[in-house]
Design a protein around this ligand. Structure first.
Ligand code: TYD
Length: 135
């Protein structure tokens, strides 16, 4: 499984840093939704789902966390700790987010609106979908 991590351009000067993200330029899809997680309780693991169609970019804009990516055949863990790094997560990838630092803010840019029917929340269903896709 190929892990796609973007290093966004930092517009830094003696005042500090700034990162700007534009759809189709820095982000490979139309950004229809932004959400973020913070004040995550210690030891919490979130996610536990894949999406049928949704594409996302995960950016830990403060603090750090780990992301487990699973394509049904292979698993990879990515550590996010830089506000200028973005992890691309395509559809049909099972993801779990964990080891959030107490100050972590995990921001997600998504290619579509929230839609519960796009979620695969059962791991066996996910494996079945992944198997059928690779046939
Ligand atoms: P949930 O799917 O449990 O988050 P995670 O993927 O991190 O485990 O979402 C938590 C709650 O937030 C749930 O009630 C659904 C709601 N929610 C929205 O209303 N819109 C959104 O875009 C997202 C991602 C979640």
């Amino acid at each position: 499984m190929q892990v796609i991590k973007y290093a966004f351009q930092q517009h830094g000067d003696d005042r500090g840093q700034l990162v700007a993200l534009e759809e189709f330029k820095d982000i490979p899809f139309e950004i229809k939704r932004v959400y973020y997680m913070y004040d995550t309780s210690e030891g919490v693991r979130r996610g536990f789902h894949a999406h049928r169609n949704l594409e996302q970019i995960l950016i830990c804009i403060h603090g750090s966390c780990k992301i487990l990516l699973d394509n049904g055949k292979e698993k990879k863990v990515v550590f996010l700790e830089k506000p200028y790094e973005g992890l691309y997560v395509s559809n049909d990838i099972w993801r779990e987010m964990y080891d959030f630092s107490s100050d972590a803010v995990l921001m997600v840019l998504a290619s579509d609106y929230y839609n519960e029917s796009d979620y695969i929340r059962n791991y066996d269903d996910f494996l079945e979908t992944a198997k059928n896709k690779n046939k």
